[in-house]
Design a protein around this ligand. Structure first.
Ligand SMILES: Nc1ncnc2c1ncn2[C@@H]1O[C@H](COP(=O)(O)OP(=O)(O)OP(=O)(O)O)[C@@H](O)[C@H]1O
Ligand SMILES: [Mg+2]
Length: 284
């Protein structure tokens, strides 16, 4: 369990604020009327089926999606009016693994992206990169091509690239997909540690029990935000029906909330097995 209880609401201005955001691609909205507020120190999991707009929501915070309505502010500044320092770990399946680049060069890109006016390979930059590789335990892999790594090592390389510019906001797209249980556990603890050092984290995941259930706050998405709150409140058959259009029984056992992740009877009436009548509460 990473966080048994949600963080206390932090005071101060939001790190990220989406106000009535409708956005998408080529004139077609993907997300509708999204309101989302992230405070410093939040650790949020984004859940939803494929195509529900999880990656699009992360890219909206980065300012990389067409905005049709509403406002996106990062550290108080509307996207388009500035370049906030955000660490972004993309979905591994979107990476071009044929690109001829080593581990060290990939991490160095995190510095050039945050400071494009300066040429790379300055001695100071190299030192920062090596420190980050050491911190993530991948220093010995620095000369390897990124294709010649395991899935867990690749995730660490892209996490290093995201962290090397020392961002206070970290967005991760399915960082635990395709890695074994032990590596996933280590990776989640690493994120937990970063969060406790003050980094605000948003990550998408398809792993409800193994990942999302251990986060302090989750947001269920399918074209719009359907529910948000601590997993103990959000995880109900009703919310999963809305989100995944599937019957997914939820079982409460001791302190744990377990979700039957094998949906059955898509679009059909299934048994009502909610043991928790708590309704997902919307963050104001
Ligand atoms: N660059 C793009 N141009 C046009 N449409 C896009 C683009 N990227 C995503 N879409 C569309 O936007 C919708 C949401 O996609 P998105 O990638 O945000 O989903 P997702 O929830 O991240 O899915 P997954 O779990 O498979 O990663 C989909 O219908 C997708 O086809
Ligand atoms: Mg995605």
């Amino acid at each position: 369990m990473l966080h048994p209880i949600p963080h206390q609401p932090s005071s101060g201005d939001p790190v990220v604020e989406l106000l009535g955001v409708t956005c998408g691609y080529n004139g077609d909205p993907v997300l509708h009327d999204v309101d989302l507020k992230l405070m410093a120190g939040d650790f949020v999991g984004l859940l939803g089926p494929s195509g529900s707009g999880k990656t699009t929501l992360l890219r909206t915070i980065l300012g990389a999606v067409e905005l049709y309505g509403g406002d996106v502010r990062v550290q108080g500044v509307s996207t388009g009016n500035g370049r906030p320092r955000i660490g972004y770990v993309p979905q591994l399946k979107t990476i071009d693994w044929n690109f001829p680049v080593t581990v060290e060069e990939t991490v160095m890109m995190g510095l050039t992206m945050s400071n494009p006016l300066f040429p790379w390979n300055r001695a100071g930059d190299r030192k920062l990169v090596h420190q980050m590789l050491e911190r993530l335990g991948i220093e010995d892999l620095r000369k390897r091509h990124i294709r010649q790594l395991s899935g867990g090592q690749q995730q660490r390389v892209f996490l290093a690239r995201a962290l090397v510019s020392n961002p206070s906001l970290l967005l991760l797209d399915e960082p635990t997909t395709g890695i074994d249980i032990k590596t996933r556990d280590e990776f989640l603890h690493l994120l937990h540690e970063l969060n406790h050092q003050g980094v605000t984290i948003v990550m998408t995941t398809h792993e409800i029990n193994a990942v999302a259930a251990h986060l302090p706050w989750v947001v269920c998405l399918n074209g719009r935000i359907l529910a948000s709150g601590p997993p103990s409140e959000v995880f109900t058959p009703e919310t999963f029906k809305l989100t995944y259009d599937a019957e997914m029984p939820v079982i409460k056992y001791m302190d744990m909330t377990l979700v039957a992740e094998s949906p059955h009877r898509f679009n059909g009436a299934g048994p009502e097995q909610s043991t928790d009548a708590a309704h997902a509460r919307k963050r104001q």
